[in-house]
Write a protein that binds this ligand. Structure first.
Ligand SMILES: [Zn+2]
Length: 129
């Protein structure tokens, strides 16, 4: 069972470079100050995303991995994030939210990937895709 620090480090290693590269590649007006702001806030979002499944379903027993430790829940978060982006971008006229949501999702993804490497695996491993 990966420890919490492993999840945090894994989430940061996966998300921060990808968020930085995506900002570099997709932003219309590249700005180092905004990049610094996005990366700083992405650390918080990736941190939260990488420990959220274990915050909701506490790892007190080996069978703690239930609904929030499933690929289905990641898909739900992805779809909710997609809808949120359509609401937030026109409302605040900035795309900073996209990078922060991306960091959160990558943190969540890293948690599921790390948990799936254990012998116990994720919930519904035999039933899911
Ligand atoms: Zn977990």
């Amino acid at each position: 069972m990966p420890r919490r620090l492993t999840h945090i480090v894994g989430g940061l290693i996966l998300s921060i470079p990808l968020v930085g590269v995506s900002y570099w590649g997709f932003s219309e007006d590249f700005d180092y100050l905004q990049l610094t702001l996005i990366l700083s806030l992405s650390v918080v979002c990736a941190f939260f995303g990488s420990i959220l499944p274990d915050l909701i379903e506490r790892p007190t027993s080996p069978d703690h991995r239930k609904f929030f430790h499933s690929w289905f829940m990641l898909s739900v978060f992805f779809i909710a994030s997609f809808v949120m982006c359509f609401v937030l971008i026109p409302l605040y006229n900035t795309k900073v939210f996209v990078y922060l949501i991306f960091a959160f999702l990558l943190g969540y993804l890293s948690h599921l990937l790390l948990d799936s490497t254990t012998t116990k695996g994720l919930k519904g491993k035999d039933r899911s895709f």
